[in-house]
Every structure is written in C-alpha cells, then in structure tokens.
Design a protein around this ligand. Structure first.
Ligand SMILES: NC(=O)c1ccc[n+]([C@@H]2O[C@H](COP(=O)([O-])OP(=O)(O)OC[C@H]3O[C@@H](n4cnc5c(N)ncnc54)[C@H](O)[C@@H]3O)[C@@H](O)[C@H]2O)c1
Length: 354
C-alpha cells in the first residue's frame, strides 16, 4: 500500500487502505457515522466497504440520486435534513463513498453542518481518485454555473481502493484518465513518457498510475491550497475544455468532463506551440496520443459560437485579457499567459482540421 502525506491528512492507496480506514475509525471516537452514496455506489461499493470495515455497519446510509444535475443546493438541503433528523452532532463523521459529485457535495455539506464536521473520502471513480477527492475543493452547481457555491475544506483522510473501479465503464475510466494525462504534461515528463505507452483502459487504472497521479497533484495543492499561484497550473486544458463542456451541455449533448478536457488539451497545446512554449514535435506527440484515446468532438456552428462566448467569460481572465496556464516544455508549466482571441480562433480551426 502506498501512503501519501497531504497537508494535515494521509492518502492511503491500495487493498490495505481498508486496514488504514479501520485504524482511523478506531483511533477517532466519532459519535455517529454517515455514509453518503448514490444508487450505483450503494449497489457496487457499499457492500465491499461494510464487509471490510465492520464498524460501519452501524452507519446511517444517505443515498442520493446520481448525476451532475443533482449536485445542487436542493440535494444539500436533503443531506443537512437527514443529518439533523438523525441527531448528527459535531463529533459525527461523514464518509463520501462515490465519484466527484458525492465528494464535492459531501465535502460542502460537512464544511457547513454545525460550522464543520469531519469527513473522509472513499473515491470510487478514476476521476475522483486522482482528482476530485484530493485538494479540499468542495461545492455544488448553482443557476447552471458549475461549482459556483463552495468552500475549501479538507478531509481527515482519503482511502483509495482501485478495486472499486471494476464496475466502472470504460468511458468513465477514460474520463478520469484525461486528468492523469494533464498532470503528467504539466508536472512530470517521465510520467508522460510512461503514459504514452499505455493503450487500454485496464492500463490506465493501475495502482501505480493512480498513485503517481495523486502524488503529483498533492505536491501542487500542498504548496497552494487556495489557488493563489501554482495550483492554477491544474487548469491546463480546462480554459477551452471547460468552455466546450459548457457549450455542449447547454445544447443537451452527451459529454463527460474528461472528454471535453482532452479536446481542450489538444487545442491549448496548440496555443502553447503558437507561443513557442512547446515545439512542433511536442505538440504532435500530445495530439497524437490524445487522439488515440479520445474521439474527436464535432464542433457545430452553434457549439463554436457558444465555445467562444464561454472562453471570453472564463473566471481566470485578467483585465478582459484571456489568461491560460500552459505547458512550458512538457513536464513544466507557465501561468497567466496572455492569449488573443485570434489565437483561440486559430487553434479551434486546427482542431477541426485534425
Ligand atoms: N473538487 C475537485 O477538485 C474536483 C476536481 C475534478 C472534478 N470535480 C467534480 O467531480 C465531478 C465528476 O466526478 P465523477 O466523474 O466521478 O462523476 P460522478 O460522481 O457523477 O460519477 C460518475 C458515475 O459513475 C457512477 N459510479 C461511481 N462509482 C462507481 C463504481 N465504482 N462503479 C460503477 N459506477 C460508479 C456514479 O454513480 C455516476 O453515475 C464533477 O462534479 C466535477 O465538478 C471536482
């Protein structure tokens, strides 16, 4: 089992993470346990958790409906209500068993209930293992804006068991893999070289790959929890990718975050090349690998118009100038690079021509 020390807590990865969980539960004298899950993690993950952590058989189970559209204040009201009705107090522990929707919402509920109770994350999707559960960002969507209401509030521990991924679809594995590719491109050239050799979803989700990706993100968030400087590097691929995701969701198109980020990374790598931050050879390497894992996304006229509109409103923009975090040679990054609208239009065109 690998263990990674974060700011104030430890991330345990591997089969033995259940032992670490039992030690954690025995050491902390919580008054009540609450397990937050959705219908999928209730079915596929909860029985395994209860089998390996028998203390949790006395936990209250709060089951939510799955889906990003449930990551709302209305659902929080439901969870705060369930905690209140069952006598939760300051010494209660909330256990988030699920993907990023559960850990984002559960972390937010825990941070606000009685001005903050303890919570831990037991991530069950690749995306939540390598990204969402790590780094203390919690929150919900509001009035159609993603993660609009939230807090920075860290868990007391993260327990990652890659075995949970057995019931996850290949599409969801690739969804999480995009964030693994991202962290390699901005933080570790050797990791990138290793990733380039991987071809199948099975290879994308090994304990070794997961551990490396978590360790790299952890180094960054430990230095800059509140995203004042280097944490912005994690936005590579997300300025265009996030705008693309919003544009497609607005048209009710079926798109996962990682799929949009993969396209975003291709386009932003092209921006990095235009700004001479990476070579043409590096750009080709990045594009070829991403195109081998992810299908190209079709950009209709309507999608393109919305895409440009959303990029314009990105919250990272400074003084109405577009600001990007991009690789500066593969394996390192540069923040707050100013990019013109014409350059953005050019890279969208280049993506369409692929
Ligand atoms: N806080 C952060 O730093 C951060 C970072 C990245 C993403 N996020 C957030 O994470 C969310 C996306 O996370 P996600 O992709 O995990 O989505 P998700 O939580 O919606 O999970 C995806 C689907 O997989 C199902 N599922 C979960 N575990 C399963 C398992 N083991 N077997 C079978 N099905 C399973 C879920 O029920 C759901 O239907 C977004 O809301 C995003 O904003 C947060």
């Amino acid at each position: 089992m690998a263990t990674i020390k974060s700011t104030t807590y430890t991330i345990h990865i591997g089969d033995k993470s259940f032992d670490a969980l039992n030690t954690f539960l025995n050491k902390n004298n919580y008054s009540h346990y609450y397990i937050l899950c959705d219908e999928h993690t209730f079915e596929f993950c909860l029985p395994t958790l209860l089998f390996h952590a028998p203390l949790l058989n006395e936990a209250e189970i709060i089951e939510l409906e799955s889906g990003e559209d449930k990551k709302t204040m209305e659902t929080c009201l439901q969870v705060w209500g369930a905690l209140t009705d069952t006598g939760a107090d300051k010494k209660s522990l909330l256990i988030n068993l699920g993907g990023g929707v559960i850990s984002d919402l559960g972390g937010f509920v825990a941070s606000t209930f009685k001005r903050g109770i303890d919570f831990i994350n037991i991530p069950t999707t690749l995306l939540s293992m390598v990204d969402a559960s790590v780094g203390g960002k919690t929150g919900v969507d509001f009035e159609g804006i993603k993660n609009h209401i939230g807090t920075t509030y860290e868990p007391k521990g993260i327990f990652v068991n890659p075995g949970f991924l057995e019931t996850l679809s290949e599409r969801q594995i690739k969804n999480g893999y995009a964030e693994i590719i991202k962290i390699a491109l901005i933080a570790d050239i050797n990791f990138w070289k290793e990733l380039k050799t991987l071809k199948t979803a099975k290879e994308f989700q090994t304990e070794k790959i997961i551990t490396k990706a978590i360790a790299l993100k952890n180094v960054i968030v430990k230095k800059d929890l509140h995203e004042k400087h280097i944490r912005k590097s994690l936005n590579f691929g997300h300025t265009i990718g996030h705008a693309l995701e919003s544009a497609l969701l607005k048209q009710n198109k079926d798109i996962l975050h990682g799929e949009a980020i993969a396209a975003g990374m291709i386009m932003e790598a092209e921006v990095a090349q235009l700004l001479k931050k990476i070579t043409k050879k590096e750009l080709k390497e990045i594009t070829d690998y991403l195109a081998s894992v992810y299908q190209k996304i079709k950009l209709t006229k309507n999608t393109k118009a919305l895409l440009l509109q959303y990029i314009q409103h990105d919250k990272k923009n400074e003084n109405s100038k577009l600001a990007f975090a991009l690789p500066n040679t593969i394996g390192s990054y540069e923040l707050s690079l100013q990019v013109t609208r014409a350059q953005v239009a050019k890279v969208i065109e280049a993506y369409e021509a692929l």
